[in-house]
Design a protein around this ligand. Structure first.
Ligand SMILES: Nc1ncnc2c1ncn2[C@@H]1O[C@H](COP(=O)(O)OP(=O)(O)OP(=O)(O)O)[C@@H](O)[C@H]1O
Length: 309
C-alpha cells in the first residue's frame, strides 16, 4: 500500500519553512519556525491562541512578509513568485475578502475563472452541502454556510497544496464530519493539506504529522501517536482496590507520572510499564481491582503537557 509518507519520500517536501521569524511592533510572534511538508501529506499546525499559527501560514501563502527565514512552496518564493504560488496553492479566504452581494454561484464561477485548470465547482458545491444555496448572496449565508463556501473556494482551483485555517470552526457535527471526509478525499488525489486547527479530534483523525507551536516556536513535531506518547502519563489505569494499596509501593511504580485518590478509587498515569507493574503488585498482594479501566492519553493531554499557554 502506498502511504502518504512513502509517496512523500519519493517526491520530497512541497512546503519548506526554515528559520521563519516575524515580529509585530517589536514583539516577536514567530521565532525561528522550521518544518517541511511532504507532498500528499496532511500536515497540522496546532497550538494555543496567539501562538503564531496564522502568521506562519500567512507567510507560506505570501500574504505576510517574513522578517527572516526562507520559505519555498513547490520550489517558489511566496513573496517574489506570488502569482505563480497562487496557481499551485489554494487558501481559505477571510470573510472580508468576499463581496456581500455576490451569490454562491457567482463566487464559485469567479474563483474558478482565475485558474488555468479549475475543478468542476458543481460537485464541490454538492459535496459541501451548498447546492441549495447557489442563488443566495454571501451576506445572507449562515456562518456555517460561509465556512463551506470558503472551503469550496480554496479547492476550486484544483490546487496542489491547500491551506485551511480553522477548517471546521462554526460547522455543526455532521458538516464537520462531511468536511473531514472531503479533506481525506482531496488528499487521496495527492493534494497536500496544511491544516491549522484547534480541534484535537480533527488533528488526530486527519493529520499525518503535527507541528505543535507554542509562543512562536515549535514545541514538538511528530505524528499524532508520537505526540501522545510524549505526554507524561500517556497511559492511565484506574480501579477501586478491594483493600488500600501501600503508598510507598505505589510511589515506587516505574514511569509513574501521577497518582490520584478519589472516593476509594485510584487513578495512576504512566506508561504501559506502569500498568504491568501495578497489575503484578495487585496479584502479589492478592488485592482485587474493581471496575478496572485502562485508557490511552489523548492529543488533548499531549497539547496541555507540551504547551505552556
Ligand atoms: N497584524 C498584526 N499586528 C499586530 N499583532 C498581530 C498581528 N497579527 C497577529 N498579531 C499578534 O501576533 C500573535 C500571533 O497571532 P496569530 O494570529 O499568528 O496566532 P494564532 O496562533 O493563529 O492564534 P489563534 O489560535 O488565536 O488564531 C498574537 O499575539 C496576535 O495578537
Amino acid at each position: 500500500m502506498t502511504t502518504a509518507s512513502s509517496r512523500a519520500t519519493a517526491s520530497g517536501p512541497v512546503v519548506e519553512v526554515s528559520g521563519l521569524r516575524k515580529s509585530y511592533g517589536g514583539r516577536t510572534v514567530v521565532d525561528g519556525v522550521s518544518f517541511a511538508v511532504e507532498e500528499g501529506e496532511i500536515f497540522g499546525i496546532l497550538g494555543p491562541n496567539g501562538a503564531g499559527k496564522t502568521t506562519t501560514v500567512e507567510c507560506v501563502e505570501g500574504l505576510r512578509l517574513p522578517d527572516a527565514g526562507r520559505i519555498r512552496v513547490a520550489g517558489l518564493d511566496p513573496v517574489a513568485d506570488h502569482e505563480a504560488v497562487t496557481r499551485v496553492l489554494g487558501a481559505q479566504l477571510q470573510e472580508s475578502e468576499l463581496q456581500p452581494k455576490l451569490t454562491v454561484r457567482e463566487a464559485l464561477e469567479l474563483y474558478a475563472a482565475l485558474y488555468p485548470a479549475p475543478a468542476d465547482w458543481r460537485p464541490l458545491a454538492e459535496r459541501l452541502g451548498l447546492a441549495g444555496q447557489l442563488g443566495t448572496r454571501f451576506a445572507k449565508l449562515s456562518g456555517g454556510q460561509k465556512q463551506r463556501l470558503f472551503i469550496a473556494l480554496a479547492l476550486v482551483g484544483d490546487p496542489r497544496i491547500v491551506v485551511l485555517d480553522e477548517l471546521t470552526t462554526g460547522l455543526d457535527p455532521r458538516a464537520r464530519r462531511d468536511t473531514w471526509q472531503l479533506i481525506e478525499d482531496v488528499r487521496a488525489r495527492g493534494v497536500t493539506v496544511l491544516l491549522v486547527t484547534h480541534f484535537m479530534e480533527e488533528a488526530q483523525r486527519l493529520c499525518d504529522r503535527i507541528a505543535l507551536i507554542d509562543n512562536g516556536r515549535i514545541a514538538a513535531l511528530d505524528t499524532p501517536r508520537g505526540l501522545i506518547g510524549r505526554a507524561a502519563g500517556s497511559t492511565v489505569i484506574s480501579f477501586t482496590p478491594s483493600e488500600p494499596l501501600d503508598d510507598e509501593e505505589v510511589a515506587a511504580l516505574p514511569a509513574l507520572a501521577s497518582v490520584e485518590h478519589k472516593d476509594g478509587r485510584i487513578t495512576l498515569a504512566g506508561t504501559d510499564e506502569t500498568v504491568n507493574a501495578v497489575i503484578s503488585l495487585l496479584a502479589r498482594r492478592r488485592i482485587a481491582a474493581h471496575q478496572l479501566r485502562v485508557t490511552d492519553a489523548t492529543l488533548d493531554d499531549a497539547f496541555l503537557d507540551l504547551t505552556t499557554a
